[in-house]
Design a protein around this ligand. Structure first.
Ligand SMILES: [Zn+2]
Length: 283
């Protein structure tokens, strides 16, 4: 009887619970390996599904509107993905220049010795050409945010869109010269994955990259924003950007006094967190 019992003890008989444990273990191993392989990609800018080692391929430099593997895209964040460990903040201001807010923004940037990128509405620049010249002289990047910013005209059809791209570029170059114009576009209203695809095609054809943002102050979301809330939102959205390269969306239109008021706090907060500030460029 005792021998029989011992034999029974060593017989492996998989029951329902054993199978559940085995399947669970296999799933756990699969999940961990999946998370590990994804982490490498997620740490580059949002929408940049490239491993870090692809970033410095020679063809990366050749044509602006191509990914490192040569496939066409106009997405700046795919063409020039950020580098892991390089904590950089790109301050971006849309919709200016404005007589009221742009000079204050420039004064603050000068005080902190920080450079930013201005996505200019060209018809506003024609109204305030001296402000555009000041932006250029103080070392900031000047890029295009369309000629009119009027959605009905801009997005009427692809030819209308193309005309706005040309008109804005010509106008800005006329004021500050080609050397101070950075040929990067920001879509009024943004253009994330799946949005405005037919207009992205135009940008590929014209070799003009576009750039969205991966964090924001929310200064366009409420009528009377409070500066402290803008600073808090910048920090919060930067925290979920999942990238060391932050592109912060702000506005310097005449109604955005709160953005100028929030700017010192934003600069100080990110400086404290170890970020350097830089301008968006065609590399
Ligand atoms: Zn805009």
């Amino acid at each position: 009887m005792a021998t029989k019992k011992r034999k029974k003890k060593y017989t492996f008989k998989p029951n329902k619970n054993t199978l559940i444990v085995l399947v669970g273990l296999i799933l756990l191993i699969w999940c961990i390996s999946g998370i590990r392989s994804c982490t490498k990609y997620d740490r580059s800018l949002r929408g940049a599904p490239y491993a870090e080692e692809l970033v410095n391929l020679p063809e990366f430099q050749v044509r602006a509107c191509a990914r490192p593997d040569g496939t066409p895209t106009a997405d700046y964040q795919e063409i020039y993905p950020g580098k892991v460990g390089d904590k950089v903040m790109y301050l971006t201001f849309d919709d200016g220049p404005s007589k009221k807010v742009t000079p204050q923004v420039l004064d603050i940037l000068k005080k902190y010795n920080v450079k930013a990128t201005f996505f200019i509405v060209a018809k506003n620049a024609e109204q305030y050409p001296d402000l555009l010249k000041r932006i250029a002289q103080e070392g900031h990047a000047i890029a295009s945010h369309s000629y009119s910013h009027e959605f009905d005209t801009l997005y009427a059809d692809t030819e209308s869109f193309r005309s706005e791209i040309f008109a804005a570029k010509e106008s800005l170059i006329n004021i500050v010269g080609e050397e101070h114009f950075t040929d990067i576009f920001r879509f009024p209203g943004g253009a994330f994955s799946g949005q405005r695809e037919e207009f992205k095609e135009v940008l590929i054809q014209e070799n003009v990259p576009y750039v969205n943002w991966n964090c924001l102050t929310g200064d366009a979301e409420t009528r009377n924003p409070v500066p402290a809330d803008l600073i808090a939102k910048a920090k919060k959205t930067a925290g979920t950007a999942n990238s060391d390269s932050l592109i912060l969306l702000m506005h310097d239109a005449g109604a955005k006094q709160a953005s100028a008021d929030a700017l010192p706090g934003i600069i100080e907060a990110f400086q404290k967190d170890g970020y350097r500030f830089d301008t968006l460029k065609r590399k």
